[in-house]
Design a protein around this ligand. Structure first.
Ligand SMILES: NC(=O)c1ccc[n+]([C@@H]2O[C@H](COP(=O)([O-])OP(=O)(O)OC[C@H]3O[C@@H](n4cnc5c(N)ncnc54)[C@H](OP(=O)(O)O)[C@@H]3O)[C@@H](O)[C@H]2O)c1
Length: 384
């Protein structure tokens, strides 16, 4: 632990250092934020286990008119529904099926929402996955590797990570639901909220020069040629950086009068099933032991992590302008984002990624172009 701490302190100039992270994980968390959600619709994507399930229970206790949990497995979703009902007494929860690894499932989900979902007040995009094997999706999108910071030198630490699930499909569904979010905001006294779950690990990376300067960073990141171990060490933080870029780029393109606030959130380091594949692996590895020790020493419960998601969804109403494009830290407050994100090259990469994302998603759904046309504007600072 001490060696890793020194490694990080010496090798990376950071706003959020490894020491900040350790101290943060050992600090007390604020109580969960609450709000009156009567008459409102809340959608949580990736809600059958972990942080998403706990966030859904918190929303259920606030008695929304509708709480929709979107899961990829019907059986797991039904178990989550029963758990939410049993623990909270709320019986308005609905299970909808979506698989973010398939664009067709995402567009079908959005079509169903357009017909049956009505207005949407709170969207929480929480689903994410980490896999130990290479598996391109059926849509042809390349997976990328996950590197966890505490086991940098171990080959066991290389996990494959779905760029499609964590970034592209998350962005696709978020964009397709903008009409329902804006409609809800127009009829409500408060703007709707779009919460994208990111991670504090994004403070610990700066993308490689080839990615930063690429005219198609997603294509570069997703290409098999790029997926060699030394490029992959920072891949998981990079994928969470993309989530933050999306929130900030979208905010730049929403007119200030549009009643929708997009927020990125880090739940903090929590026990959950995110790292399930590490434990499923039958072989012994130091990385596995390092992970178990780190979890034992530092991890919060998923309920504690979920409080940040809830803050992103219902908190900070006294200063809505600050929430727009903000980053909610692992202690349920807004924090300044990483220096790279604020830098000129970070902003340039953010705009390039936005442009590439829209180009890709236009090819996936013919609803993306009219949504961009009707709801978004080109910001003055954009390179587009
Ligand atoms: N845990 C942490 O320490 C930590 C730290 C920072 C950020 N985060 C972020 O917090 C969020 C929640 O993670 P977690 O820790 O609660 O992980 P988790 O327990 O593994 O939950 C992830 C959720 O995403 C769902 N999901 C995965 N692939 C999907 C797909 N293709 N389509 C639809 N749903 C899918 C999972 O469903 P299945 O059960 O069917 O797989 C599950 O409901 C993630 O965005 C993660 O990156 C977590």
């Amino acid at each position: 632990m001490v060696i890793l701490l020194i490694y990080h302190q010496l090798s990376i100039i950071m706003k959020y250092s490894f020491l900040d992270y350790v101290i943060g994980q050992w600090s007390a968390l604020p109580l969960v934020e609450t709000a009156d959600l009567s008459g409102k619709t809340v959608l949580v994507v990736g809600a059958n286990v972990g942080i998403g399930l706990e966030a859904s229970k918190h929303f259920a206790r606030m008695q929304p008119a509708r709480l929709i949990i979107a899961c990829r497995s019907e059986a797991k979703g039904k178990a989550a529904l029963a758990e939410i009902e049993q623990e909270t007494g709320y019986n308005g929860c609905e299970l909808w099926i979506v698989d973010l690894a398939k664009f067709a499932s995402v567009t079908a989900f959005a079509d169903k929402f357009e017909k049956e979902g009505g207005d949407l007040h709170i969207l929480v995009m929480n689903a994410a996955i980490a896999l130990p094997i290479y598996q391109p999706t059926s849509d042809g999108w390349e997976t990328v590797l996950v590197y966890l910071i505490f086991c940098a030198r171990s080959y066991d630490s290389y996990l494959r990570f779905r760029l499609q699930v964590n970034y592209l499909a998350t962005s696709l569904l978020s964009l397709l639901l903008i009409p329902q979010l804006v409609a809800a905001g127009r009829k409500s006294s408060t703007p709707s909220r779009m919460v994208i779950v990111s991670s504090g690990v994004l403070y610990w990376i700066t993308p490689a020069e080839e990615v930063k300067t690429s005219s198609k960073p997603l294509k570069t990141l997703g290409s098999e040629d790029w997926c060699i171990p030394e490029h992959m060490r920072s891949r998981y933080p990079e994928s969470k950086l993309l989530n933050l870029f999306f929130v900030r780029a979208l905010t730049d393109r929403l007119q200030t009068i549009t009643p929708l606030s997009a927020v990125a959130v880090t739940p903090g380091f929590c026990y959950s099933q995110l790292r399930r594949v590490w434990y499923e692996k039958p072989t012994f590895s130091f990385a596995k032991i390092a992970l178990a020790i780190q979890e034992r020493l530092l991890a919060w419960t998923p309920e504690q992590g979920s409080r940040q998601l809830v803050f992103g969804a219902v908190g900070g109403r006294d200063n809505e302008e600050n929430m727009k494009g903000g980053f909610v830290s692992s202690h349920g407050r807004l924090v300044e984002v990483a220096d790279f994100v604020l830098s000129d090259e970070g902003r340039k990469m953010q705009d390039t990624v936005w442009k590439e994302t829209i180009d890709i998603l236009r090819g996936v759904s013919d609803k993306i172009a009219p949504i961009v046309q009707d709801y978004l504007v080109v910001p003055d600072s954009s390179i587009n």
